[in-house]
Design a protein around this ligand. Structure first.
Ligand SMILES: O=C(CO)[C@@H](O)[C@H](O)COP(=O)(O)O
Length: 225
């Protein structure tokens, strides 16, 4: 059994009130805060960097689950560690030649390494990072093209989740993009246990209820499987 972790995507929050938005989500039952780092190059959008993580860290001890949608993830390890990031998830498409060095540095700096893959990237590409003697500890399966919140969930990505869950029963498998009460059951049944949700949580009249629905689905799927 792998624990459910519900991670509201702070990309959908009011950035001008980031600390209070973070506290609000934690009070509603969030386990992690998902932080979308976009460099305007790897993806066609520009969001936040290490200075914002550093500012938020002063207001919370919560797990800051940083998803780096950047072209040169290695350049971000030191600043993100200093800023207080908890998880450091980079993209396989941006680290084909240096993932070993990247994982080693992320761990040496006390962060949890994860790898993410875009919808068009075959799941086999992350196997070497999981089978290595110094493996990543989380795989983030993108269920939309990275770059923006509010997109439609891609159910065809569930094959990747199912394949990973079968091969790695205790792995943290995260899904991100279009997750909410209407899509969670298919993701949970496939074996995802870390759920990123932006618009469905922040746009709900009662975000706590959405977080609770997401958690219940993951927990029930694990009992059934
Ligand atoms: O990484 C991304 C987008 O690239 C996500 O974290 C989105 O921010 C999730 O938002 P919703 O699809 O849940 O609105």
């Amino acid at each position: 059994m792998v624990a459910a972790k519900i991670a509201p995507s702070m990309l959908s929050s009011d950035f001008s009130n980031l600390a209070s938005e973070a506290h609000r989500m934690l009070s509603f039952g969030a386990d992690w805060l998902h932080m979308d780092i976009m460099d305007g190059h790897f993806v066609p959008n520009l969001t936040i960097g290490a200075p914002v993580i550093e500012s938020l860290r002063k207001h919370t001890k919560a797990y800051l689950d940083c998803h780096l949608m950047v072209t040169n993830p290695l350049d971000y390890v030191e600043p993100f560690a200093k800023a207080g990031a908890s998880g450091f998830t980079f993209h396989i498409e941006a680290s084909k030649d240096n993932w070993k060095e990247l994982v080693q540095k992320v761990k040496a700096k006390g962060m949890i390494p994860g790898v993410s893959l875009k919808p068009g990237t075959p799941v086999e590409e992350v196997y070497p990072l999981l089978d290595d003697e110094n493996p990543v500890e989380l795989v983030l399966v993108m269920t939309v093209e990275p770059g923006f919140g509010g997109q439609k969930f891609m159910p065809e990505m569930m094959d990747k989740v199912r394949t990973l869950r079968k091969k790695y029963p205790t792995l943290d498998i995260e899904v991100d993009g279009g997750l909410g009460p209407s899509t969670i059951d298919i993701a949970a049944a496939a074996g995802a246990n870390c759920i990123v949700a932006g618009s469905s949580v922040f746009g709900a009249p009662e975000p706590a209820q959405v977080i609770s629905v997401l958690r219940k689905s993951v927990n029930e799927a694990q009992i059934t499987n």
